[in-house]
Design a protein around this ligand. Structure first.
Ligand SMILES: *[C@@H]1O[C@H](CO)[C@@H](O)[C@H](O)[C@H]1NC(C)=O
Ligand SMILES: *[C@@H]1O[C@H](CO)[C@@H](O)[C@H](O)[C@H]1NC(C)=O
Ligand SMILES: *[C@@H]1O[C@H](CO)[C@@H](O)[C@H](O)[C@H]1NC(C)=O
Ligand SMILES: *[C@@H]1O[C@H](CO)[C@@H](O)[C@H](O)[C@H]1NC(C)=O
Length: 483
């Protein structure tokens, strides 16, 4: 199906949407326009100030009525020669700090206005494909997915069809329901009554999930940077930090990759950065099937959170096992030992969110087993602090694929109905031999499972154990375009 047909069918087959009007502003936050002066610092410098909660990238100022849309970023870069694609990683940097980055339409200088509803609809498709969750062979600002569209319309040839544009953008958002549609704000910017602002939240390509992969437990699965260079994974869990707590010296195990104890893994730092530069989140996974980990007290968990901060996240230590690059977060794959204090660990780690020099977000993820509630992770998950939950729908006959998808889908639906879970992934073995049971053939995933689970507003993608098994089976190569 061609892109245009896709866009049009979207817009004509969806016959409902929510429109809420509000005049509320977000108390206590500053929104800033950036882009119209080359001497105002880069976008990421702007975000690094920590002062702004919203940044409007100004302006896309030529569009509509048959014109080729054109962005103007003054002295910053030249969009028409592809000179602005580097702004994409800066948009993602801002988003990693919790800042919403909007693309601003209009401004005082330009040429914009629609000749018809259809014209507004086509432009909504253009915005979707070039700045939001769609795809285009040439995205002026690279692959970053903007948080939304700002309407700074005040000298248009026509006052017509701006409401249609807002609706068409909103319909894309509804259709790709992994995002929460927030109220379409009607605001009066500069006293002009037809200025509207539509926004939606979420960091992912809305109609696509991402693939999370575990890497680290087999020396024959390729390097970390090669894993990221495949372009197939959006999250990489480094497996595992499997000895800690109860007074033990924490110890990382990366199988045949390198020897952390002798400092042999510090070189992974540049590979972590390689991954992060591609928008891939790299998390340290705690636990796993083999190890010795338990906390003796709340204080023990607190001390360990500090250890993680200093040795793997934004803090400092002389002996960082993976070198200086701060990881994006911590994954909980707790499968043995005591069930206590894991919720405390999550809370202590959350205190480091946005802390320190880089002010980076500390992502938390968890890999519970599908029988509900998980023995170790049930209580921590209820804190609501976990950004990603990749449930292991394998090695657990009551809630996995057994030739029928019924148990699997029922379990998915139960997990996704938990209010404290925001982004849910289907965790699967990447090959038949990767787990004792529960292998879901790729063709069944794409034909019977993904079409159902992608309807969930909490759908985040699919997780696989593990890179090694994925290499053997070629699983993710077969399904990546459907995720
Ligand atoms: C901002 O982006 C530029 C170009 O990508 C990069 O060199 C610089 O280190 C970034 N600064 C921060 C604070 O991330
Ligand atoms: C990964 O890192 C190694 C060691 O620095 C380097 O030799 C190799 O070219 C890198 N591979 C990729 C795909 O960047
Ligand atoms: C596991 O850790 C505990 C402390 O939490 C320790 O007492 C025990 O000896 C350890 N077991 C092994 C086999 O190392
Ligand atoms: C799968 O599990 C369901 C429910 O336990 C059962 O009714 C069904 O017969 C099983 N299917 C196969 C092929 O084992």
């Amino acid at each position: 199906m061609s892109k245009e047909l896709h866009c049009i069918s979207l817009l004509t087959t969806i016959s409902f949407f929510f429109l809420l009007l509000s005049t509320k502003s977000h108390a206590g936050s500053i929104s800033i326009y950036w882009g119209q002066n080359g001497f105002e610092g880069t976008l990421n410098q702007t975000c690094a100030t920590g002062r702004y909660k919203f940044v409007n990238v100004a302006f896309l100022n030529v569009f509509g009525s048959g014109q080729t849309p054109s962005l103007n970023l003054a002295g910053h870069c030249n969009p028409s020669t592809g000179g602005c694609t580097g702004v994409g990683p800066e948009v993602e940097y801002c988003q990693s700090l919790g800042i919403k980055v909007m693309l601003s339409l209009g401004g005082a200088i330009g040429n914009y206005g629609f000749s018809s509803k259809k014209d507004a609809m086509d432009f909504a498709c253009y915005l979707w494909d070039n700045f939001l969750g769609g795809t285009s062979s040439f995205r002026p600002l690279g692959n970053a997915v903007f948080d939304g569209i700002d309407f700074a319309i005040y000298q248009s040839k026509s006052t017509l069809y701006w409401d249609d544009l807002a609706r068409y953008i909103a319909r894309h958002i509804m259709y790709t329901t992994k995002l929460h549609l927030l109220p379409l704000f009607l605001i009066t910017l500069l006293g002009l009554s037809y200025v509207t602002q539509a926004r939606y939240y979420g960091n992912h390509r809305p109609n696509h999930g991402g693939i999370a992969i575990y890497w680290g437990q087999n020396g024959f699965e390729g390097r970390l940077n090669e894993t990221c260079a495949t372009g197939r994974y959006k999250y990489v869990n480094l497996a595992f930090l499997n000895i800690f707590g109860g007074g033990q010296v924490p110890s990382l195990n990366l199988a045949g990759h390198c020897d952390p104890a002798s400092g042999g893994c510090v070189g992974l730092s540049s590979e972590v950065e390689f991954c992060q530069a591609r928008g891939i989140k790299v998390l340290l996974s705690l636990g796993g099937g083999v190890g010795n980990y338990s906390f003796s007290s709340k204080n023990d968990a607190k001390g360990f959170a500090k250890y993680l901060w200093n040795n793997f996240l934004g803090g400092h230590s002389k002996s960082r096992p993976l070198g200086k690059a701060p990881l994006d977060g911590i994954d909980f794959d707790i499968e043995s030992g005591s069930t206590l204090y894991w919720d405390n660990l999550a809370r202590f780690l959350n205190r480091y969110n946005g802390y320190g020099r880089g002010k980076k977000k500390v992502y938390l993820s968890a890999a519970p087993q599908c029988p509900f509630p998980d023995k170790y992770l049930g209580t921590p998950l209820k804190t609501g602090l976990f950004d990603y939950v990749w449930v292991q729908f394998y090695n657990n006959p009551p809630c996995q694929y057994n030739g029928s998808t019924t148990n699997l889908i029922d379990s998915w639906n139960f997990w996704s109905s938990q209010s404290y879970i925001t982004t849910l992934f289907m965790g699967l073995p990447a090959a038949n031999q990767a787990a004792g049971s529960g292998f879901l053939p790729p063709g069944v995933l794409t034909s019977q499972v993904l079409p159902l689970i992608k309807k969930s507003p909490k759908y985040g993608g699919v997780m696989f154990w593990s890179k090694y098994w994925d290499d053997q089976s070629g699983y993710t190569k077969q399904i990546v375009k459907d995720v």
